[in-house]
Design a protein around this ligand. Structure first.
Ligand code: ADP
Ligand code: MG
Length: 678
């Protein structure tokens, strides 16, 4: 019996060589081939001369007025000409370059159709192909081909597969969902994706194909997530009273958004499931203290915790902040980075493996092979998009199914977050602590900098501090250095000796960087000129100015991160973007920065402008390359597909229900395609 799961070699004319070429395109089964869709269509429906625009690609039908003539030119080049009588009064000259063999197909008196580009002045057609009566369809499907397999071969194989297998194409999306979203039957969808009668039916089929693609993807995620939830993880029986006391003694009251996510996390910690939760929140929304509460909960349950950050500066700052928050409590905090000296490292590793250290904060030094934990119960990953899936997994494997809390400062729409970050649950802090002073953003051109500097001076006189950031414009570090140094010199000339100016750049050693950061924090200098090393996390409440040179060289998310470094205290703050943008897109981005301070809106805009692959990082996120759907442009469809997939999976024994049988069968025979997710 035929099945869509049949290997592609079941088709006629597909031997080992073709199997290999098709595998290169990700096609292994008949289903893979039938869902290998054209990326565009040429409208091959014949038109009348009167309705054709100059340079339009069209099909003309007519009678060959005289046999084709071949002429040669240049070296080995040929031109084939013939006249086509398209109606009673009109002859069109048709030309084909370098396809002399077509001569045998074209004879005086033949009725033929030719597709090509029309030239209205000359009344001629630069021929692209001769349509035979067999390829009677009026739409030409164009497939993504490769070096080893041609367009035409793919098209012929699809035709063959469709003819042989069309009866086996059953609906896989459950009927109620198909009805609710007015989706086409799978058979019609596949037919119209490959052989649409016109553009309209191609468009309708595409709508269904997108839904199917997202739905199948979301089904797989939902299944993995459900399995994760039934998997036995660590049960962290934390001490509720001690936790409450800790929260009540924080230097501030939690926002209601923080309380909500703390509850979500604590609920997960206590359950015997394996927590895998993504904490999203705008810069400055207070994710660190939420992490601290989770850490303290785990410690009161008798477990160790590890917090991994992407940079040494950030790890050190977290270690300091957490030590501060845990002051007076029996919590032993340690710092482990690539900088930790061998002797200290040896002592620390011993303390970790015998359980003397309760919380270790560090960089990826935490996942090195010789780091053993006594009883690792919770793993916190800051700026998680900076780590690859493997690094996150490696830290997790240091314990026996520890709970995982991942934090991100590039907040993205929830639906996309769940998709991009695979099987994680998502918590969102959608509120900033009260009393935050807004950050006013202005954009100035480089010839207006003097004016901006007067403003900076004003602020410095009021006792504030300023960050000045220069971008990594060139690939070469040397050029960047020159940039940062030139600006550093300029600020020194302008403000010293009244105010002191410091410099922080990527080529300094970690000790030097930390010293510079610490000096700025202690207000030993008032202006810090830096390359983007200060991008993440750094917290200096007295800094109220963020001045960014060549701001058009940064992505929106990055600019927003930088801007988030100010406005952290109780003074009004300003972000000054210096840029002479070269194109409209850059102007648009700068204007977006000026208009909004909402990270969710900005990241949405960034995703639209740059695409999810660039914003999220393809490897880091589990986001696959969808074939027809676009997770940003088609977000509403993705949301709908996600919601429906959750509904299906939430039903007990969903795979056994009659309406889901075909879906379950389809998921199991296409299971080889999940590789993008792990
Ligand atoms: P982010 O989410 O960007 O990591 P942080 O955790 O660094 O933000 O918090 C930013 C600042 O806000 C810190 O100085 C922190 O102490 C402070 N903060 C956090 N929560 C609150 C709150 N509920 N009320 C007032 N200040 C808070
Ligand atoms: Mg943070």
């Amino acid at each position: 019996m035929l099945s869509l799961a049949d290997p592609i070699s079941s088709l006629k004319g597909v031997g080992p060589k073709r199997v290999a070429s098709l595998a290169g395109l990700g096609i292994e089964t008949v289903n893979d081939l039938l869902t290998y869709y054209p990326f565009r269509y040429d409208d091959l429906a014949a038109k009348d001369l009167g309705e054709i625009a100059d340079q339009e690609k069209v099909t003309l039908k007519g009678t060959v007025a005289a046999d084709a003539v071949i002429s040669r030119f240049g070296r080995k080049k040929t031109r084939l000409n013939f006249r086509l009588m398209v109606d009673e009064h009109n002859l069109v000259m048709v030309t084909f370059f370098n396809q002399p063999w077509l001569k045998d197909k074209i004879h005086t008196g033949d009725e033929i159709a030719v597709y090509g580009r029309f030239d209205a002045k000359r009344i001629s057609l630069a021929g692209m192909k001769v349509l035979t009566s067999e390829s009677g369809d009026s739409m030409g499907s164009i497939y993504p081909a490769s070096k080893s397999i041609r367009q035409n071969t793919i098209r012929q194989l699809v035709e063959q597969a469709y003819d042989a297998y069309q009866e086996t194409i059953v609906d896989i999306i459950p009927a109620p969902i198909r009805q609710a979203y007015r989706l086409e039957s799978r058979q019609q969808m596949i037919h119209d994706m490959h052989f649409p009668a016109d553009m309209q039916s191609a468009k309708l089929a595409r709508r269904t194909a997108k839904f199917e693609e997202f739905f199948i993807f979301e089904m797989r995620l939902s299944i993995v997530k459900q399995q994760d939830h039934t998997l036995h993880g660590t049960t962290l029986q934390y001490d509720n009273d001690r936790l409450r006391t800790f929260i009540s003694q924080l230097p501030f009251e939690l926002t209601s958004a923080q309380k909500k996510v703390v509850n979500e996390i604590c609920y997960d910690l206590k359950r015997p499931i394996h927590m895998n939760r993504l904490l999203q929140g705008d810069v400055g929304s207070g994710k660190t203290v939420v992490a601290a509460i989770a850490v303290y909960a785990a410690i009161t349950a008798g477990y160790q915790t590890a917090l991994m950050a992407p940079t040494e500066i950030l790890a050190e700052q977290h270690a300091n902040n957490l030590a501060q928050l845990f002051k007076g409590l029996p919590v032993n905090v340690a710092l482990l980075t690539g900088d930790t000296k061998p002797k200290a490292r040896r002592q620390l590793l011993a303390a970790l493996s015998n359980g003397d250290v309760d919380l270790v904060v560090g960089t990826h030094a935490l996942i090195q092979a010789d780091v053993d934990y006594h009883r690792l119960g919770l793993v916190v990953i800051d700026e998680q998009h900076r780590f690859g899936v493997n690094q996150r997994q490696a830290l997790r494997e240091k314990g026996n199914q520890p709970d995982v809390l991942a934090m991100t400062a590039t907040p993205i729409p929830r639906t996309l977050a769940i998709t991009a970050y695979g099987e994680m649950d998502v918590s969102v802090i959608d509120q900033l602590p009260a009393g935050r002073q807004p950050v006013t953003t202005t954009w100035v051109r480089s010839n207006q900098v003097d004016h901006a500097l007067e403003y900076v001076e004003q602020q410095l006189k009021d006792g504030s501090q300023a960050y000045v950031v220069t971008p990594l414009i060139e690939e070469s570090e040397a050029v960047d250095m020159k940039n940062a140094e030139a600006i550093y010199e300029r600020f020194k000339q302008t403000f010293e000796p009244q105010f002191k100016v410091g410099l922080l750049h990527g080529r300094m050693s970690n000790d030097e960087k930390n010293a510079a950061m610490a000096a700025f924090q202690a207000n030993e200098f008032q202006v810090l000129v830096a390359t983007t090393v200060i991008e993440v996390g750094v917290d200096v409440k007295n800094a109220t100015i963020m001045m960014i040179y060549d701001a058009d060289h940064f992505g929106l998310a990055q600019l927003h991160q930088l801007r988030g470094r100010v406005g952290r205290g109780n003074k009004a703050s300003a972000c000054i973007l210096v840029a002479d943008p070269k194109n409209q897109l850059a102007v648009e981005r700068l204007e977006t920065m000026v208009k909004t301070t909402d990270g969710f809106i900005l990241s949405q805009k960034d995703l639209e402008l740059r695409g999810p692959g660039d914003v999220l990082g393809k490897k880091q996120s589990g986001l696959p390359d969808f074939q027809v759907g676009d997770p940003v442009a088609d977000l509403p469809t993705l949301s709908a597909a996600q919601e429906q997939a959750h509904r299906v999976v939430d039903e007990p024994n969903w795979a056994d229900l009659p309406e889901n049988q075909a879906l379950a069968a389809f998921l199991s025979f296409t299971a080889h395609q999940v590789s993008t997710m792990d």
